[in-house]
Design a protein around this ligand. Structure first.
Ligand code: MN
Length: 263
């Protein structure tokens, strides 16, 4: 089968519905949950605003359009290497310079939903990833690794989504340092989660703070956050499409993440 045959087969499968498109992006608007940093650390990303320019009215009788106020790291979004100081020097590390070949790739979906429900601070380890590989097959170079926690069920409630305690410490699942180190050894394309960021809620307190951010971007790899509908993806076999806006020198971008899955 030639690559042209493969594409033709994909085209007919999309048209006849035997391959379905799963929407892995959350709605993007004023109610989108956003990261809250400790007050001593930094300025937060602003709330999303959608402002009408015109809506079939005096300022535009035949058309409607809006302008947006939008942080790069808002809602379902992509982290580029330049997001973190460890990745700041890669010439292809901003969203406008990343090779677009990286925007379409196979996905490995590791189901941690039960563990995350039992323990909101659940951490995925390298050993757990290896056990998953023994059951489902090896993670290959250039593939996404996505952590399914079903945290998207909280996406419409910022308090539940961030799950901060009385002292402001968030309690959400994520990877430990060894997990990301292992995925970088495997040359995974990147790491995605269903929580507000790629790291666990308590990752600021880890020996290497924010290991997902630190190590992914140090290796010129990518992150995805606030993904939804990972429960509709198979453990292996989905093709994941996550293409950030071509923001000049952008460190990230909201994405309409999509997965191609067998019907
Ligand atoms: Mn981000």
């Amino acid at each position: 089968m030639t690559s042209a045959d493969t594409l033709a087969k994909l085209a007919s499968s999309l048209l006849d519905g035997s391959i379905r498109v799963v929407d892995c992006a959350a709605p993007l608007g004023p109610d989108t949950p956003l990261l809250k940093l400790p007050p001593e650390l930094a300025v937060d990303t602003p709330k999303i605003e959608i402002h009408p320019i015109s809506k079939y009215n005096d300022t535009g009788p035949w058309w409607a359009w809006n302008w947006l106020k939008l942080g790069e790291h808002s809602g379902t979004h992509y982290d580029a290497p330049h997001h973190w100081v460890t990745g700041k020097d890669f010439p292809d590390g901003s969203v406008d310079t990343i090779d677009p070949q990286a925007f379409v790739a196979p996905a490995n979906v590791i189901d941690c939903a039960a563990e995350a429900a039992a323990d909101n601070d659940f951490l995925l380890t390298a050993d757990a990833v290896k056990a998953w590989e023994a059951e489902h097959g090896e993670i290959k170079a250039g593939e996404w690794v996505l952590m399914r926690t079903d945290w998207d069920q909280f996406n419409t409630d910022e308090d539940k989504f961030l799950n901060a305690d009385g002292e402001g410490m968030p309690h959400t699942p994520g990877p430990d340092q060894g997990c990301i180190e292992y995925l970088m050894e495997k040359q995974a394309l990147g790491w995605g989660t269903q929580c507000i960021g790629t790291d666990a809620g308590m990752a600021a307190t880890f020996p290497v703070p924010f290991p997902a951010h630190n190590l992914l971007h140090k290796n010129n790899r990518y992150g995805l956050a606030s993904l939804v509908n990972l429960d509709k993806l198979p453990p292996k076999g989905a093709i994941f499409i996550a293409n950030p806006l071509k923001i000049v020198e952008g460190t990230g971008s909201p994405v309409r993440a999509l997965a191609l899955v067998p019907a």
